[in-house]
Ligand binder design. Structure first.
Ligand code: 5GP
Length: 237
């Protein structure tokens, strides 16, 4: 597999072409940003952890019947993935109130929901990623009705899998953000990453935050939280 030109550099990843037009290489960086890029920093070793964690989880999610972009881990920071056109929606699943949900609806962090919620934000930095519903996403031409139903079904499937996976390792999955893409033939698959950058993960006993909120909220111990969650991930359950 020949690595080609850099196609894109995002906040946490770079994407390269390959000699196969249906495959790309994703390279994970240690850079961290929050609040739409207003807060910037580095989390040492984050790229290596997010690459490994995301790949391991995507492999297991694929086993549950949800298609993903993962093809092959190339090295510590780089992974071969299927080329998709990203659907410009952040798909957020929540099990417990936190973050923007708590702020928006005035609900204390930690309130457990009777069933998970799925919400969508329009991926658009200029507009500040506004919240939108299924009808808005369809009206904006971002997805069809059928596609959004598939996305919701997959998002809840990912949540069921991840919740029990983490629970067995003493970690509570509070919420997470995922993204989907379309293959050349239009098939919707899970893309992007699943990592402590994109999930809220709490120690089940102590409720200690083991994710990017430590960076967002200046709680300290960011590198060690990422390492701890990686250690738990690799534990036999
Ligand atoms: P909230 O809407 O409460 O800020 O975030 C909900 C969940 O989605 C959290 O797990 C958070 O990490 C993730 N999330 C939401 N937006 C983004 C984003 O722009 N980037 C990343 N990395 N995660 C996000």
């Amino acid at each position: 597999m020949q690595k080609g030109n850099q196609l894109y550099e995002g906040k946490a990843k770079k994407v390269f072409a390959t000699d196969d037009e249906d495959l790309l290489i994703v390279s994970y960086k240690d850079d961290a940003t929050a609040f739409n890029g207003q807060k910037k920093g580095t989390i040492t070793g984050k790229g290596v952890i997010n690459n490994r964690m995301s790949n391991l989880l995507m492999k297991k999610i694929a086993e549950t019947g949800i298609p993903t972009h993962y093809v092959k881990e190339l090295n510590d920071r780089e992974t071969l993935v299927k080329r998709v056109k990203i659907v410009p929606l952040e798909v957020i699943v929540r099990n417990i109130a936190a973050g923007s949900f708590s702020r928006r609806y005035g609900v204390a962090e930690g309130v457990v929901f009777s069933s998970p919620t799925v919400e969508f934000s329009y991926k658009n930095d200029e507009l500040g990623d506004p919240l939108l519903n299924d009808d808005h996403a369809i009206a904006l031409g971002l997805v069809t009705r059928e596609e959004i139903e598939t996305i919701k079904k997959y998002a809840l499937g990912v949540n069921s899998f991840l919740r029990s996976f983490w629970e067995k390792r003493g970690v509570t999955l509070v919420d997470f953000k995922i993204e989907f893409g379309r293959l050349r033939d239009g098939t919707i698959i899970l893309a992007d990453e699943i990592s402590p950058d994109t999930c809220r993960l709490w120690d089940s006993k102590t409720k200690e935050k083991l994710d990017k909120d430590r960076f967002r909220l200046d709680l300290g111990g960011v590198d060690s939280a990422y390492k701890e969650v990686m250690r738990r991930l690799e534990e036999e359950a």
